[in-house]
Design a protein around this ligand. Structure first.
Ligand SMILES: Nc1ncnc2c1ncn2[C@@H]1O[C@H](COP(=O)(O)OP(=O)(O)OP(=O)(O)O)[C@@H](O)[C@H]1O
Length: 247
């Protein structure tokens, strides 16, 4: 579904790239995790893939087609992003209803062409909440709204940037389970960025471990769960995680 070849990203005139020669591929209908410590470049990869940053070297393919650096409208029907902080990603003075219609407006589609109430129900929200503003919802409800907005165009791929790390621990599991169910029911493909090995091991079948802009190792989730990682950095990350001792 997604193939990234030799992605390199620099900011400004810096010689030192923030992401260096990164390659990975993601099978359709699977969830792929990108993990690593804060600042290693995970979000930068996601932003390049999503079209938010067109300034990269290398090649990104979607379903076998190389993407133009300036993404076209159809790209956004296929690929949508969910950010870490739903409060920041939702407009404070617009109702949920109005914000859910935005992706349709951006595509020049009739805003009544999608059954918004059905989408809201599919993320576990009562459609009556759509007349509220973001501050009138809980953190978990807001993230459900952000997920609903990403689903309005019925995409194939969701790019998930730390989708639960701004939430209470009790709510995190609910949102992760929701994302799991949505992927299965809709046949979605996920690229999930997280600093939390427990989250990626719960959600993903394949995981790339990133250190300072480079992937040091890619493993199946079984290897992660059993501690069978080889690179010293991966071993250190595993020892430091809350998964340590559970394997
Ligand atoms: N627009 C930008 N201009 C300059 N430097 C940037 C820009 N965006 C990111 N960086 C730098 O790139 C590096 C990687 O940042 P990035 O946000 O991708 O890391 P991350 O692994 O996602 O970390 P976190 O989990 O904390 O978000 C950091 O050193 C950051 O300061």
């Amino acid at each position: 579904m997604i193939k990234i070849d030799n992605l390199t990203i620099r900011f400004g005139h810096s010689q030192q790239p923030v992401v260096r020669d990164l390659s990975l591929s993601i099978e359709k209908g699977t969830a792929f995790g990108l993990v690593g410590e804060s600042g290693c470049g995970k979000s930068t990869v996601l932003r390049a893939l999503s079209g938010l940053n067109a300034n990269y070297d290398g090649r990104i393919e979607l379903q076998g087609e190389t993407l133009d650096r300036r993404r076209s409208r159809p790209f956004f029907r296929q690929v949508q992003m969910v950010f870490q902080d739903p409060y920041g990603s939702l407009h404070p003075r617009k109702t949920i209803r109005s914000q859910l219609k935005e992706p349709l407006r951006n595509q020049g589609l009739d805003t009544n062409s999608v059954d918004m109430n059905a989408v809201l129900r599919s993320v576990g929200l009562d459609p009556a909440l759509s007349y509220r503003f973001p501050h009138q919802l809980s953190g978990g409800q807001r993230q459900r709204v952000a997920i609903a907005r990403a689903l309005m165009l019925d995409p194939d791929v969701l790019l998930l940037d730390e989708p639960t790390s701004a939430l209470d621990v009790s709510v995190q599991a609910e949102i992760l389970n929701l994302l799991q169910d949505l992927r299965t029911n809709r046949g979605l493909t996920y690229l999930l960025v997280s600093h939390d090995l427990a989250v990626v091991s719960h959600m993903c079948s394949r995981v790339a471990i990133m250190e300072a802009g480079e992937i040091v190792e890619q493993v199946d989730v079984g290897a992660l769960r059993s501690g069978a990682v080889e690179h010293p950095y991966s071993q250190r990350l595993l020892r430091a995680s809350r998964m340590y001792g559970r394997a």
